[in-house]
Design a protein around this ligand. Sequence first.
Ligand SMILES: [Zn+2]
Length: 307
Amino acid sequence: MLLPVAILFGLSAQETVMTSPTSRITSAGNAGTLLATPGPADTTPMVTRHELDAWLARELQVHRIRDYCPNGLQVEGRAEIRRVIAGVTASEALLQEAVRMGADAVLVHHGWFWKSDDVRVIGTRRRRLKLALSNDINVFAYHLPLDLHPRWGNNAQLARVLGLAPDLLPDDDASKPGQPLTAGPEGLLWIGRAPGLSTVGELAERVAQRLQREPLVIGDRDAPVGRVVWCTGAAQNMMEDAVAVGATVYITGEASEQTTHMARETGVAFIGAGHHATERYGVQALGEAVARQFGVEVRFIDIDNPV
Ligand SMILES: [Zn+2]
């Protein structure tokens, strides 16, 4: 459950500004503080909705990935975009922040319209949609395409944050030079090592320190760290795929009741590092790429989530 917005602004929402050198933003270091000096509309860097949608679709290879939500523009807002709010989830709190900051678009990993959703426009769906539609805000969402992207993706960025070294496909695979070695459905599992760390306990400490959240650890903390397999978010049901490719440790966001038994019975250590905590970084990297490409202002807003 989300905290009341007033509390989020004061204590929990953290923002990171990703602007290009040409941006008109002067400073915005504090949570909930907007210190903008918007220039004349005709000189502020701008991208059209259509151009941004097309660029993101191409860069993230959206057409190649089968998903259970629409990836790309989910809700159409104004045609010209100068200010973007990036976040993990298009929650009501994130939309409120976007409205408060006068954003033209939100860019998220978890959007709306999931396959299993009730399609009626009532309750939370109505409130979220109303915020977007009545304020003419575009909603762009990238789910699996953002998990999978070899540079900006959640798995790639989690590796960077945790200092994991992904294994790469052999050089003789000319079609995919420098691509990560992956496994599991859609290649969602990344495989690699944890250089400089020798035990599962040390890896767990690294996770706690870098993600600022105590992980759930199931397994022997003194066991050698060996081969690490990871997938951000709720990928606990892919642990068997991780075991099949020789993992000694499996890192994902969430756990289920049976995850405990899977870890105990296979001897593969499980680290549950948080769904939100493991998926904060892909959308930030994507936001930075958008800011670099188009010169528009992009801010990452972290709506705190203990899950
Ligand atoms: Zn997720």
